[in-house]
Design a protein around this ligand. Structure first.
Ligand SMILES: Cc1cc2nc3c(=O)[nH]c(=O)nc-3n(C[C@H](O)[C@H](O)[C@H](O)COP(=O)(O)OP(=O)(O)OC[C@H]3O[C@@H](n4cnc5c(N)ncnc54)[C@H](O)[C@@H]3O)c2cc1C
Length: 438
């Protein structure tokens, strides 16, 4: 597993002074956008500040990633990879009540229903290689320090090149700048466009184990989402290749990073104690990496595009890790943005409306994920109880879990779910009040 890059940038391609498009950030969002634009015949410069492969969190894909991966021609390579196949997701409530897995292929018997658990270092490198094959110029030694504007029109970037320490900064111009800098959210921070989600002030602590328990057959690669007793936090359990499992704990920042609880290691161990179903799975396993921590990652951009610039992936917003939607949304927004840019070149229109016109459709899909995330965190609410009462909505729920969120009618589930969430939340608050006054 790659966590710390041994920085050897290797040979880097020649840089020109001008490109049609500069893509800043070579995660899944940036690489897909670069691939599609380069394939359409335009010159693309993809810049990243880390030598690839580089470590990144976010290993579990959801089935609907298939279509973008197919479009850029990566399916054959993925099929040949040793990434574990993910057929399902399974939920464990209150630390030990295990649901039956949701098998995606039961709802859609197409090969897209089996997806992958990926080491992001390897996966993201596959994506950048694909972008290069399509004609993208990729520099992995370039830290973007400024986006250049003429008025409100983006005109290029300034970058510091690690392999050219004698050159202070390079100015490179372009007709369009794509910001796909992930959680660094370069333009969102520079232009003051950040709208954080007050309901999702969460953080995560994660690490990797070798030799943890795996189910057999098609369950071997399942993602397991395990809530702890009292529902104050939850764990992801993502089986990777080489017998490694990614295990992370997510909870309210105040709760997870309360200093009086001790060190990161101690807090993680306390949460494992509250989750017998996880404890059982890692009993004979060995931790094989350090602990990683991240927090306050849920936000959206108040404006997704401007003249000559557009935001893609996490750079334009992130919801929450609970349904593993991040890579899917990065790929999808990369695809939407690329199509808008190519359309803009053809019609000589690089306005905000042209470059960000896809956002309305996209945001409708994102909101479906967000509403299901709110349900997940609503105290007293249970998906099991909801589906028992409203079995007709099981397919809507699976649609959202697989990422089929842009389809009409998928949000009908919330007509019944949200009143039930409010009811359960109020009952939970009342019960809490009466216990504390006793
Ligand atoms: C705790 C946690 C768990 C998660 N688990 C999952 C999961 O299981 N499945 C899932 O699908 N998603 C998951 N995600 C989300 C996922 O990691 C992201 O949504 C996804 O990586 C976004 O892709 P991206 O292309 O937008 O950005 P990134 O993948 O973050 O790539 C951004 C790139 O930009 C580069 N960059 C940044 N600033 C600059 C700069 N100034 N100059 C040059 N380069 C720059 C960085 O080096 C990086 O390579 C998780 C997120 C968190 C926080």
């Amino acid at each position: 597993m790659i966590t710390t890059a041994d920085i050897d940038y290797g040979p880097q391609p020649e840089l020109k002074d001008q490109y049609d498009v500069i893509v800043m950030g070579a995660g899944p969002g940036g690489s897909v956008a670069a691939s599609i634009i380069a394939e359409a015949g335009y010159s693309v410069l993809l810049l990243d500040r880390s030598e690839f492969p580089r470590f990144h969190v976010g290993e579990s894909l959801i089935p609907e990633t298939y279509w973008t991966l197919k479009r850029i021609g990566l399916l054959d390579e993925l099929k040949k990879s040793n990434f574990p196949r993910k057929h399902s997701v399974q939920f464990v409530s209150e630390g030990h009540k295990e649901s039956a897995p949701f098998y995606f292929e039961d709802y859609n018997p197409h090969e897209c229903s089996v997806t992958w658990q990926v080491e992001r270092g390897t996966f993201d490198k596959m994506l950048t290689d694909q972008a290069v094959k399509k004609g993208t110029v990729f520099r992995s030694d370039a830290s973007v320090t400024e986006v250049l504007f003429d008025g409100d029109q983006a005109t290029g970037v300034k970058a510091k090149l690690a392999t050219e320490s004698d050159v202070p900064h390079r100015e490179i111009s372009s007709r369009v700048v794509v910001d796909s800098t992930g959680q660094s959210a370069f333009l969102v921070n520079r232009l003051g466009l950040k709208d954080t989600d007050p309901c999702l002030k969460k953080g995560s602590i994660w690490t990797y184990y070798k030799g943890a328990l795996r189910d057999s057959g098609r369950d071997a690669g399942a993602t397991i989402i395990l809530q702890t007793e009292g529902k104050k936090s939850w764990f992801w359990y993502i089986p990777l290749s080489d017998d490694v499992v990614s295990i992370g704990c997510t909870g309210d920042m105040q709760y997870l990073f309360d200093k009086s609880r001790g060190t990161t290691e101690e807090v993680f161990a306390q949460e494992v104690e509250r989750c017998p179903a996880l404890k059982r799975r890692i009993m004979n396993a060995e931790q094989c990496e350090k602990f990683f921590v991240t927090k306050d990652y849920s936000y959206k951009a108040t404006c997704p595009a401007g003249p000559g610039w557009v935001l893609v992936g996490d750079a334009g917003g992130f919801i929450d890790p609970c349904y593993s939607t991040g890579v899917f949304l990065a790929l999808k927004s990369g695809e939407f943005a690329a199509d808008a840019i190519v359309g803009g070149f053809r019609n000589d229109d690089l306005s905000a409306e042209q470059l960000g016109g896809w956002r309305e459709t996209y945001n409708r899909g994102v909101e479906n994920f967000r509403r299901l995330v709110y349900a997940f965190y609503t105290p007293g609410f249970s998906f099991g109880e909801f589906l028992k009462k409203y079995p007709q909505y099981k397919s809507n729920m699976v649609d959202i879990l697989i990422g089929d969120v842009f389809k009409d009618g998928v949000d009908e589930i919330f007509k019944e779910m949200e009143p039930m969430m409010r009811e359960r939340s109020e009952a939970h608050q009342m019960a809490k009040k009466s216990t504390s006054s006793m």
